[in-house]
Every structure is written in structure tokens, then in C-alpha cells.
Design a binder for this molecule. Structure first.
Ligand code: 1CP
Length: 341
């Protein structure tokens, strides 16, 4: 496997003896003036569909901060169009699904598709990134089936996603069908990302943390295993991120993956104890970056010093970086982590 001697890949396998790797969820994005500059000339969809622009915005945070991993620029919802559910990204208010799923019959509108053909822009984007960043581990990604179903069924972002939560109980058999379809397409999509050059893949369970434990087992753990087991023989680290991990951390230990992304609410040392033989990634609260550089440094050092097994730590924020985050704070954070040992 390529880049196996980088601190990031070594840390994924719990064998890092170098500096602590750091990357930042949503590191290419609206807090960077150079990203806003590119975005002022292209819509979000145009940006996601241009391999050259993808490579440009992926490189921006690496050039600025020398982060230890790059992440593909795309969105967890870009595969919904070819799946049969049109998605738009208006400039205000977040993504919208034109015809959300309301009844089991609506699931029939969704179908498998030729990934290499319909999502070639993301795969070409990966190849383009590899040309400009040949020595950086590249993270491919997809949304977890439950998080995708949240948008498919609710039709847009929400705080509580009541519609998908009810749907899985109103229509359990049809939900099983929907989740199998989503898991199989996601596995295939991640597999093609790896074939195109991604060195690792992350599944974003951004909304899975609203489920009851029983439902989490059914709609997060089982589909994640269905996806990750299909990727096992690719021999790249597989990362599962769960926002609001704490109530389910023992269940997540049953997921067949190498790394678990931990959100900012939870003690990452406690997570690492429960997650036997897995590496952990996280989990500084993104709002800390709005404090002074001294404050950022103090908080980062406190967390690093508290960590019991640095060989299996990938430093990250405990969720995506926010727009308007001060650039100096990010610089301070990255330097503090990379100089820690
Ligand atoms: O105006 C713009 O520039 C669009 C804003 C934006 C960006 C920069 C969207 C729309 N998506 C993205 C890129 C993106 N999305 C990336 C690549 C960038 C990087 O990480 O460097 C990734 C990994 C995502 C993943 C994503 N999209 C998630 C999971 C991550 C998380 O934060 O938990 C989710 C939930 C989405 C949906 C989505 N797409 C865009 C927005 C604004 C949202 C969130 C909407 C909501 O809160 O419901």
C-alpha cells in the first residue's frame, strides 16, 4: 500500500512512533478566503464536478497548514442525483432534496447506477489530487446510510430528523430494503474511490447519534459492517465517524474498522479504552478555535498530555470547522500538535 510510512497511516493502525498526525474535518471550506475566492466563480455543484477545482481546493489547507492528510472535496449528498433523488445546494439554507421519500413506493425511484460513469468527476478529482499531492494520504468518504436517509426522507437538514426516525418504525421491512441499497452503493462508491487513489475512507455518521441504541445497532452498526466488510481486502484503513458517539461507543466497537472518529462531547481516552484494537480520531471542540491562540494551545496541550496511547491517536476537531474560524487559531493548533513529540 502506498504511503504506509506516513504518520497518518501508521496511526490508523496504532503504530505511529512519529509526530501526532492532524487533519481537520471540513478543512477545505468557507473559513478559508482562498476557498471563498474559488467559490465566488463557481456554484457548489460546479466545484464538485470539476476535477481541477477539486484538486485546487483540496490543496489549499495543505499549503497553508501542512496538515498530515488531505480529504477529497465533494459532499455526502453528491451521489443522490444518479441514485434517483435530485439534490440542490442553494447558497442559503443548506442542501435540499426535490422529492423526498414519503412512502415505501418512493424507494422504488432509487436504483443502482454505474459509478464510474455517473460519479467520474469525484474519481477524476482523486486522480488530479494525487498529481498535486502525491505524498499526502488522501481520505475518500461517504455518508453513513442513516445520515443519507435523513436527507432522503426529511428532504433537508433538521435538528431532530423526526421523519426518518418515524419512517424506520412505520415501514421496517421497506427500511431494510432501503438501507441495503444504500449500504451496497456506498460500499461500491468507496471501493471505486480507493481504486482511484484514496489511501483511506471515512464514513460520516453525522446524524446517527439521534437514534435509540436498538436502532443504532440496526441502522448504523449493521450497515457500516456491510460496507466495511466489502472493503476489507482493499487493505486501507477504514474510519467510522459518529457524531454523539458516547451512548453507543460499546456498539461501535463491533464495527469492523480500524479508526473511530470521536465527537467533542466525549472523553477520547474513555472512548479509546472501550474501542479495543482501534485507533481514535478527534476531538477538540471546534468552538475552542474562536479563543485566543494561547487558549487554543493550552486546550490542545491539555488534551495531548491526557492521552494515554499517542501511537493510536489522530488529532482532529470533534466536528467540522466552522465558517469564520480565525486562521491564526488553526495555525496555532496544527503547530502545537505536530511539535508535541
Ligand atoms: O457554499 C458552500 O461552499 C457549500 C458548503 C459545503 C461544503 C464546503 C457543503 C454543502 N458541502 C461541503 C463540502 C463537504 N461536505 C466535504 C468536503 C470538505 C472537507 O471536508 O474538506 C465533506 C467531507 C462534507 C460532508 C458532509 N456534507 C456532511 C458530513 C460532515 C459533517 O459535518 O458531519 C454533511 C452532514 C453534509 C451535508 C451538507 N452539505 C453541505 C452542507 C452545508 C451540509 C450540512 C447541512 C446540514 O447541516 O444539514
Amino acid at each position: 500500500m502506498a504511503l504506509e510510512n506516513t504518520n497518518f497511516i501508521k496511526a490508523c493502525y496504532g503504530k505511529n512512533d512519529g509526530s501526532i498526525p492532524i487533519w481537520i474535518m471540513r478543512q477545505a471550506g468557507r473559513y478559508l478566503p482562498e476557498y471563498l475566492e474559488v467559490r465566488s466563480k463557481a456554484t457548489f455543484k460546479e466545484l464538485c464536478q470539476s476535477p481541477e477545482l477539486i484538486a485546487e481546493v483540496v490543496k489549499q489547507p495543505i499549503d497553508r497548514f501542512n496538515l498530515d492528510a488531505a480529504i477529497l472535496f465533494s459532499d455526502i449528498l453528491t451521489f443522490l442525483d444518479p441514485l434517483g433523488a435530485e439534490v440542490t445546494f442553494p447558497d442559503k439554507g443548506g442542501p435540499k432534496i426535490t422529492d423526498p421519500i414519503e412512502t415505501p413506493d418512493d424507494i422504488d425511484k432509487l436504483h443502482k447506477f454505474d459509478i464510474e460513469k455517473e460519479l467520474h468527476f469525484a474519481l477524476d478529482g482523486i486522480k488530479e489530487i494525487k498529481k498535486v499531492l502525491p505524498n499526502k494520504p488522501l481520505i475518500g468518504f461517504a455518508g453513513s446510510p442513516f445520515t443519507i436517509s435523513c436527507y432522503l426522507i426529511e428532504g433537508q437538514g433538521s435538528k431532530s430528523f423526526d421523519k426518518p426516525k418515524k419512517f424506520i418504525h412505520q415501514y421496517p421491512d421497506d427500511s431494510a430494503r432501503l438501507f441495503e441499497l444504500l449500504a451496497d452503493i456506498t460500499a461500491e462508491y468507496l471501493s471505486t474511490q480507493i481504486d482511484a487513489g484514496a489511501d483511506t475512507v471515512q464514513l460520516f455518521g453525522s446524524w446517527d447519534g439521534i437514534l435509540s441504541r436498538d436502532d443504532f445497532y440496526e441502522y448504523t452498526v449493521k450497515p457500516a459492517n456491510r460496507i466495511f466488510r466489502k472493503l476489507k481486502d482493499k487493505n486501507v484503513p477504514r474510519i467510522m465517524f459518529v457524531n454523539n458517539l458516547a451512548p453507543y461507543v460499546d456498539l461501535v466497537n463491533e464495527i469492523d474498522c480500524e479508526v473511530v472518529g470521536v465527537d467533542y462531547r466525549m472523553d477520547i481516552n474513555y472512548a479509546a479504552k472501550v474501542l479495543t484494537n482501534k485507533s481514535v480520531q478527534g476531538n477538540l471542540d471546534p468552538s475552542i478555535l474562536f479563543g485566543s491562540p494561547e487558549h487554543v494551545q493550552e486546550k490542545a496541550v491539555k488534551q495531548l498530555e491526557s492521552f494515554e496511547n499517542l501511537d493510536r491517536l489522530i488529532f482532529n476537531l470533534g466536528h467540522g470547522i466552522q465558517p469564520k474560524t480565525p486562521i491564526e487559531s488553526v495555525e496555532t493548533l496544527v503547530k502545537t500538535v505536530q511539535n508535541f513529540r
